[in-house]
Design a protein around this ligand. Structure first.
Ligand SMILES: Cc1ncc(COP(=O)(O)O)c(C=O)c1O
Length: 423
């Protein structure tokens, strides 16, 4: 689309937006009594108006039924992890038996690494992007140490080329090939949290498998943001959280994917708990763990129903909107943001957009690297009612989310940003 740099153009895009009615399904935060310009759905998604009634249903069933709610609640708690499967499977491109809502992201990462990081004396390295999210780095470091491997030796972190901010796919594939005899596990943030780069999942997975490694992805910034095809791309495992694009509330229940190729293999080592035990005789409390087939066999504990209720409220909205439709709008919204930012006079004196300019290589987020006065500019945005995200030392992350952000908001944001630069 050829974008124009006017409020009237933005207004027309909003009027013809087929997803515009979804905005009214969310509570929109205010600053000083006025609607905020909320561009932080990549950090904490907004609350659907239906969340309260979903949680209230469980509170009412708990009050009325006590423990019997496990069987007789409107959504019986015993089966709660099953209610999100259909939508989660659609979001990540998987079969239902390959996805499950459980735990928190970092917990799931450790569970998956326990199964898929099985180093030997020769094949023991983990290959990842440099600057992965801190929690992932700590997980990699501690998993290496668990196997008595020095992280300085066992961890390969790929850096962008000198003067570049994102990784070239060709360089990733070359690094995998160069380490083909030693690499045990390849793991990337599918959408990189800092740069916003959307990696080529299929190319990385194929190269990893050719090298004889398992391949997994952290989908924290990808699920609900970009369409995914984990099953057909043969990804071995993935983990995600639900509080960002999935709008399921702070600390909401996370999720995991294990490919069918592995999910029915009871011999694949895992840390086990009773909720992953064969369903029909789970309550016989017998010795000797027998997993449920599918990723459900990685569950440890009984399901967190209250946060799961919030999750279902939000997933219902995704089911109505459809991830492909959301992606279409997201590419336009982010493209419009990029166009307006690059229309600022002499913009390159003030900032560089480090996120990929090819829309297939990014999601909803643009990361703006500030060349001067970054924190000052960010603080002045905050004063004007913009809720964006500051990442030390010099990056402002802005994420226009297609479910609730508008083209006019993008226009207003860039107007405020431009004024903040020039001051
Ligand atoms: C890419 C990424 N990985 C991991 C985490 C940690 O998630 P949790 O605290 O849910 O384990 C986050 C949190 O923002 C994240 O963005």
């Amino acid at each position: 689309m050829k974008f124009e740099n006017t409020l009237a153009f933005a207004r027309n895009l909003d009027i013809s937006d087929p997803l515009k009615h979804f905005r009214q399904k969310f509570h929109l935060p205010k600053v000083n009594g006025k609607l905020a310009l909320y561009f932080t759905g990549n950090s904490l998604g907004l609350q659907p108006k239906t969340t309260k009634s979903f949680i209230n249903q469980e509170l009412a069933d708990w009050a009325a039924l006590g423990v019997e709610g496990h069987f007789h609640a409107k959504r019986p708690w015993l089966h709660y992890h099953k209610f999100s499967k259909k939508v989660l499977a659609a979001l990540v491109g998987a079969k239902s038996m390959e996805v499950v809502a459980m735990n928190q992201l970092t917990v799931n990462l450790h569970l998956m690494m326990t199964s898929f990081y099985r180093p030997t004396s020769t094949r023991y390295k983990i290959l990842t992007e440099s600057g992965a999210f801190s929690s992932d780095q700590y997980a990699f470091e501690s998993q290496l140490k668990l196997h008595k491997i020095n992280p300085d030796d066992g961890l390969i972190e790929l850096k962008p080329r000198q003067g570049e901010y994102t990784l070239r796919t060709a360089d990733i594939l070359k690094a995998i090939e160069e380490n083909r005899n030693e690499v045990a596990l390849i793991i990337f943030g599918a959408v990189q949290y800092y740069s916003g780069q959307f990696f080529d999942i299929k190319a990385i997975t194929d190269a990893g498998h050719r090298a004889g490694a398992y391949v997994g992805f952290d989908l924290a910034h990808a699920i609900g943001n970009v369409p995914l095809s984990l099953h057909s791309h043969q990804v071995d495992f993935a983990v995600w959280c639900s509080y960002k694009y999935l709008n399921s509330g702070p600390g909401g229940v996370a999720g995991a994917f294990v490919h069918e190729n592995h999910a029915n293999n009871p011999n694949l080592f895992r840390l086990a708990g009773w909720w992953g035990y064969r369903e029909k005789d789970r309550f016989q409390m017998k010795k000797g763990f027998i997993p449920i087939p599918g990723v459900d066999g990685w569950q440890l504990s009984n399901f967190p129903v209250l946060s799961g209720a919030a999750h279902l409220a939000s997933l219902k909205i995704f089911e109505e909107a459809g991830i492909k439709n959301l992606r279409k709008k997201s590419e336009l919204l982010t493209g419009f943001l990029e166009h307006l930012l690059k229309s600022i006079e002499h913009y390159s004196e003030y900032f560089t957009i480090i996120t990929n300019s090819n829309s297939r290589e990014r999601g909803s987020q643009l990361s703006i690297l500030m060349k001067k006065d970054g924190k000052k500019v960010f603080n002045s945005l905050t004063k004007k009612g913009v809720i964006a995200d500051w990442r030390e030392p010099d990056v402002i992350r802005v994420a226009p989310v297609p479910l609730y952000n508008t083209y006019q908001e993008v226009f207003q944001f860039v107007d405020i940003f431009r004024n903040a630069l020039i001051k």
